[in-house]
Design a protein around this ligand. Structure first.
Ligand code: TLP
Length: 341
């Protein structure tokens, strides 16, 4: 099977598994897991923050940040197609008690002027605007990269009105590798940032939250509350360390593979895709054949050993990653060409 559904599907490489087996572990709820501690120091440094903390998932990472930054009744500005708004089972409302204020972005990107307009005035009928969440890269935006200058301007607006900024950086390193910059260039303009080890980086489990020390202390309390305090979890942290040491620069390959696939798809009549807009490892395409649905194409491709994700009636997603070779991309292209011929 050539699995293009998500970059979450990767399995540990033999070298990663070896690192996991050899990890020194301890009880992380006591703060005694040496490998977790090492990962947390490494990520804090990478993201230019005072501290970081290992958590089970990207969803928990985002939700811990929202919970820690806000109080019930506050308002959080998000993008309408963001993961936080659509794919976290309303956790911000259920667990943090906040109201999400969704704004429509351009390929998921919000602009400082629209954010400034959405910030509430001090009328006591209104909720208190507390936090702005940015997703980088933006999944539903098509793996789009937040322009650095825009993040800087959003930060300025946030500080002018005393708001906090959170970055859902599940795929932050896809953005930095594509731009050839270091993560700190972004993270200097956010109060908190998450990073998923289990997506393009290829670790089996785990995400990171980074911020200042006081913030991370509070995140640690809420992580316990949310049931995310884990014990000898250094086995998983070791996979994260391995991923950061060996799988970052190679993300560029995933971007090339996505571009190649997108360009080939753009030449197939029956498929609609703006291949020039594919910037990282995620691509969305639409089925133009009237009688075909995305579900039908998924089923047909599955028979040909290719997995893609249906998104809505006519739209599908493909994501490149560590476990999809250049050869697999060629095979996928051929199979899709044949199906649409
Ligand atoms: N995204 C998954 C699905 O949930 C859609 C995927 O296959 O892309 N932030 C962003 C931007 C994400 O794309 C995801 C996962 C998360 C957060 C949540 O991460 P997990 O799955 O670890 O909770």
């Amino acid at each position: 099977m050539i699995d293009l559904r998500s970059d979450t599907v990767t399995k540990p490489t033999p070298a990663m598994l070896k690192a996991m087996f050899e990890a020194e572990v301890g009880d992380d709820v006591f703060g005694e897991d040496a490998t977790v501690n090492l990962l947390q120091e490494k990520v804090a440094k990478l993201l230019g923050k005072e501290a970081s903390i290992f958590v089970p998932s990207g969803t928990m990472a985002n939700q811990l940040c929202i919970k820690t930054h806000s109080r019930p009744g506050d308002e959080v500005i998000v993008e309408k197609s963001s993961h936080i708004f659509n794919n976290e089972t309303a956790a911000a409302a259920a667990l943090a008690g906040v109201q999400l204020h969704p704004l429509v972005g351009t390929r998921g990107i919000l602009y400082p002027e629209q954010i400034e307009k959405a910030i509430r005035d001090s009328d006591y009928h209104h909720p208190l605007s507390r936090l702005i969440c940015l997703e980088n890269t933006h999944n539903r935006g098509g793996g789009s990269i937040y322009p650095l200058e825009i993040v800087k301007e959003i930060w300025k607006v946030a500080k002018k009105y005393n708001l906090l900024v959170h970055m859902d950086g599940a795929r932050l390193l896809n953005a930095t590798v594509a731009l050839g910059i270091i993560p700190v260039e972004y993270t200097q303009y956010v109060d908190s940032v998450t990073l998923c080890l289990s997506k393009g980086l290829g670790a089996p489990v785990g995400s990171m939250v980074a911020g200042d020390k006081k913030f991370i202390q509070q995140v640690r309390r809420f992580r316990k509350m949310y049931g995310g305090g884990m014990r000898q979890v250094g086995f998983l942290a070791a996979a994260g360390i391995y991923a950061l040491d060996h799988h970052v620069e190679r993300l560029a390959e995933d971007h090339q593979k996505a571009k190649k696939l997108a360009e080939a798809l753009s030449k197939i009549s029956g498929i609609e895709i703006e291949s020039e807009k594919v910037e990282t490892n995620i691509l969305y395409f639409k089925i133009k054949k009237e009688e075909w649905t995305a579900q039908k194409v998924v089923e047909e491709l599955k028979k040909r050993e290719i997995l893609v994700l249906p998104v809505d009636e006519k739209t599908m997603r493909a994501v490149t990653h560590l476990d999809v070779t250049r050869d697999d991309i060629e095979k996928a292209i051929l199979a899709i060409q044949k199906l649409f011929a």
